[in-house]
Design a protein around this ligand. Structure first.
Ligand code: NAD
Length: 379
């Protein structure tokens, strides 16, 4: 581990080690006001085109623009509609043209100021405009700070499914300013919390136990607790990404809860009915339940995970999805069949042998998953 991850420290720097494409993730308060300096110190005197959305812009765009304008580095700002629908070919085409209109060249920078939607879209645009320009992630949601801003996966959605078109394009720097999270709606904050807890459940039982003890401080946005929660999760992701950048092995572990979760999200048509993190919370509980049915773990681990998520105010069961009738098992399995994690018709599932002991399984027959889901759908 390269970072000082002491729970008492309100700032951390984590390096994602990828040879010549290595980059730092800075975590802590007050980073936005120093953005131009932090960028210039690490990446030189580049022009910056900012991409953000209409929710984030009125709250956080001005200080970033001011910092860049003072340094003479602001090339323009593009403000897009918020929400998953923005991750589309239409928005991508328009954004690429806007970045070219801003005059960005190969040595310049795209800055993604927003949650995972803006990060995924702006990262994809940066990877193809002029055959690839650098980009900086300034994640503004907890989900983006602990997960989507790190690791270089970019993407948009198509009618065939989520994130099915995209690239691997690593950012050159990530500025995770914990102060930005002050304006994040509580439901979005809770949804992001799931992706942080995921790292504990995959490979770090001590971190999950720390979250169980300290979740109220994290939810209250206590600066040191929040920075610690983010830093440990980012370190967990950085370690995995350094080992397996393009997801041919270990990186698949980060999909704990995602095969089920993506299917639930797709069924809910990526609407506000079920946020990404909420779908992953249910998905993780399903992965633990299935692991229990396969006698890989005892009921105690399942109960701990469910109790923790429920104490945060997160859904843990398919029946918790609001708005009446939930999905049936056959529909979910069909959607799961579209998932990128399907190989040769067999499902790739991330299962667990305990808290902090996730592994990749290709052994569970689709029919067994169907029956499992049928039992879970009504609960
Ligand atoms: N690339 C990856 O590795 C990766 C990993 C996980 C998720 N994702 C993607 O991330 C997306 C979800 O990201 P998300 O949960 O950040 O959603 P999001 O980007 O839609 O942001 C959630 C909402 O919060 C608003 N918002 C953002 N920051 C705010 C702030 N500081 N104050 C007030 N409002 C704010 C946004 O406008 C939006 O309405 C999905 O598309 C998912 O596929 C990508």
């Amino acid at each position: 581990m390269s970072a000082d991850l002491s729970p008492k420290t309100a700032a951390a720097t984590i390096t994602v080690a990828l040879g010549s494409r290595s980059y730092d993730v800075l975590i802590g308060p007050g980073l936005m006001a120093r953005a131009a300096d932090l960028i210039e110190t690490r990446l030189g005197k580049a022009k910056c085109g900012i991409v953000t959305d209409t929710n984030v812009a009125p709250l956080h765009l001005a200080p970033l623009e001011a910092s860049l304008k003072a340094a003479g580095r602001h090339a323009g700002s593009e403000i897009l509609p918020p929400g998953e629908a923005t991750k589309s070919f239409t928005s991508l085409a328009r954004l690429c043209e806007r970045l070219l209109e801003m005059g960005l060249e190969r040595g310049d920078l795209v800055i993604a100021l927003g949650g995972g939607v803006i990060g995924d879209l702006a990262g994809l645009a940066a990877s193809i405009v002029r055959r690839g320009i650098r980009f900086v992630q300034v994640p503004t949601t907890l989900l983006a700070q602990v997960d989507s801003s790190v690791g270089g996966k970019t993407g948009i959605n198509t009618p065939q499914g989520k994130n099915l078109v995209g690239t691997f394009h690593q950012p050159s720097l990530v500025l995770a300013d914990t102060d930005i999270l002050a304006t994040l709606p509580p439901r979005q904050f809770r949804a992001g919390y799931v992706e942080a807890a995921k790292y504990g459940l995959i490979a770090d039982a001590r971190y999950f136990a720390w979250l169980e003890q300290n979740s109220s401080a994290v939810l209250a946005k206590d600066t040191a607790a929040l920075a610690h929660a983010i830093a440990v999760a980012v370190q967990g992701k950085a370690d995995v990404v350094s080992r397996d950048e393009t997801e041919t092995g270990d990186r698949m572990l980060l999909n704990l809860g995602h095969t089920f979760g993506h299917a639930l999200e797709a069924w809910a048509e990526f609407s506000d009915r079920l946020l990404h993190g909420e779908a992953i919370a249910i998905g993780i509980c399903l992965a633990f339940r299935l692991s229990e049915e396969l006698s890989l773990i005892g009921n105690n681990s399942v109960a701990r995970v469910k109790a923790h998520f429920a104490s945060i105010g997160l859904p843990t069961r398919i029946a918790d999805i609001p708005g009446g009738q939930g999905p049936d098992a056959a529909t979910l399995l069909k959607i799961m069949g579209q998932d990128k994690k399907v190989r040769g018709g067999a499902l790739t599932l991330i299962l667990v042998r305990g808290i902090g002991e996730a592994f990749i399984s290709r052994d569970v027959a689709p029919n067994a998953v169907l029956h499992f889901l049928a039992r879970q759908a009504g609960r």
